[in-house]
Design a protein around this ligand. Structure first.
Ligand code: NAP
Length: 244
């Protein structure tokens, strides 16, 4: 029996660093992505080159049919294994002030972060709860979901909802040895933040810099470790001191 990690949005940014972190801990990784196959292949190849185990699992987290099809096929091909570590990391930004926000941008952001969490987690939970080793679920929230950010009502709403879901689910599954926590990064250097005025924004951060994906991955690694087995229902900020 092998315990796998599934990282949604594992092809780039935080997800890529999280995939590499699992591989360094000798945990086989499933790299989910939506469209950027080349980036996902690069992550897989970098892991294999270092002696790790990784496979690609393409699906749109916000499409229930795609999620079910991909995960059913994986489970059929791996009857003795299970996904013990789930990182719901896939997310998008579509920033705008609310009065000008197109309906599609509202729905797309919520669909990816919140419905994506629901579709993937609901599918994997039964196996996690049945196994005596249990599991770890980490939801990628954001400072925006704690504080609320102007120009991001869709994103703040999605991430705040994800935090609520984290706290509720943690209580549902705690007795089955499954922990559920959220990570709330501030500004981290990835494709998602590359269009932001970094010079201006880093002045707001007490540490005077953006965070690195590897720093977030290290936190996720700790939450997924044996040592963190009594931590559940928490939202852990990682933001260089940029509190609300
Ligand atoms: P990123 O660099 O833009 O990467 C996004 C990843 O999500 C890509 O792998 C992308 O896949 C995948 N993805 C997007 N929509 C998807 C969908 N519908 N189905 C499956 N995969 C999908 O973003 P990031 O900065 O690493 O952010 C990762 C997570 O951290 C997000 O949830 C984000 O909200 C959160 N976060 C980021 C920051 C930050 O400062 N960067 C701060 C707070 C929270 P493709 O490669 O196929 O497009």
């Amino acid at each position: 029996m092998k315990k796998y990690a599934l990282v949604t949005g594992g092809s780039r940014g935080l997800g890529r660093a999280i995939c590499q972190m699992f591989a360094q801990r000798n945990i086989p990784v499933l790299i989910n992505y939506q469209t950027n196959q080349q980036a996902a292949e690069e992550v897989r190849d970098s892991i294999i080159a270092c002696g790790g185990e990784a496979d690609l699992l393409q699906f749109n987290v916000g499409n229930e049919e795609e999620v079910s099809r991909a995960l059913d096929a994986w489970e059929q091909a791996h009857p003795d294994d299970y996904i013990a570590y789930l990182v719901n990391n896939a997310g998008i930004r579509r920033d705008n002030v609310l009065f000008m926000m197109p309906e599609q941008d509202w729905h797309d952001v919520i669909n990816t972060s919140l419905n994506g969490f629901y579709y993937v987690t609901r599918k994997l939970l039964p196996k996690m709860m049945m196994r005596k080793h249990g599991g770890r679920i980490v939801n990628m929230a954001s400072l925006s979901g704690i504080k609320g950010m102007p120009g991001q009502t869709n994103y703040s709403a999605a991430k705040a909802a994800l935090i609520g879901a984290t706290k509720a689910l943690a209580q549902e599954v705690a007795s089955r040895n499954v922990t559920v926590n959220a990570v709330a990064p501030g500004f981290i250097e990835t494709d998602m933040t590359k269009d932001l005025p970094q010079e201006q924004l880093k002045d707001l951060v007490p540490m005077k810099r953006f965070g690195k994906p590897a720093e977030v991955a290290a936190l996720v690694g700790f939450i997924c470790s044996e040592e963190a087995s009594y931590i559940t229902g928490e939202v852990i900020s990682i933001n260089g001191g940029l509190y609300t």
